[in-house]
Design a protein around this ligand. Sequence first.
Ligand code: ASP
Length: 331
Amino acid sequence: MGQVVVISTGGTIASRWQGSGYAADAAGGDVLATAAVPEGVTVRVVDLMSVNSARITTAHQIALLRTVREVLADPAVDGVVVTHGTDTLEESAFFVDLHHDDPRPVVFTGAQRPLEDPEGDGPRNLHDALLTAATVRGLGVLVVFDGRAHAARGTVKVQTLAADAFADPSGEPVADVSADGVVVHRRPERPAPLPVPAATGPLPRVDVVMHHCDADPVLFEAAVAAGAQGIVLVATGAGNATPEICAAVEAAVARGVLVALTTRVPTGPVAEIYTHGGAVDLAAAGAVLTGTLRAGQARIAVLSAALAATDPAGRAEALRHALAAPVPATA
Ligand code: ASP
């Protein structure tokens, strides 16, 4: 049925007991050995790294993106599976999705239970990811977990421990996946891909600051002072903060910092409704509203925009492009 390359990066799916807790240490071949390979699918493993995903950096994500592209340079390959820790899977998946320009799928998966757990969810998730990678086309980057395939864009980790770890709280799954096959329900809308970042060179600092009762601009301004080229403001409600934070946003934007606005509410878009420090004023101060993207993926959009252009206007345009999703996925 197809040739799939598994890129192994670590996570709980590759984790063993270390004496005091679990950590990723298994190679991709050990992870693959736990799963049933769908009939007719051949698999090759690339061991990129083996880390807990809370330790993933921009440099890792660029290396992963470039590895995906190297693998897909071989026309005999039908699809790619990335095994990844669930903690930051949504960030790496969205980063690859924003730069992915191939109809062949890249399917991220992982596990909530460690490698050798007899009740582990890794074997099923990996089987389903292999099946999806071997069969679908034109859906961009997917997250396959607990019998469902989700579009990378908008999907977040919604459970700390339970098996149904991923969902798009503001959208619907792309497909159901079972031993019988993949049933596609919708085709995600994706913008044209951003240019692939260079393998080396300075990486932009992008920080995340959350608003709350009592919050003043100190942490936001500390991010600017630390050299942040982008900041994601995680506001309350539909995207609201205070007049003092609006002033800090305006000053940061005037210095060329790319500021994006999301919310700490789990579901729904940010919207320009309120003044007196609300999203109306934050937008007027230069913050870019990120629709239904939550903090981790809003940060990836800002990071990708900062990698795509060097000047503030070019970065703001690249961010708006990354957020707009105007072009349907190629079939
Ligand atoms: N700590 C793990 C990680 O690498 C959690 C997981 O994979 O589920 O993200």
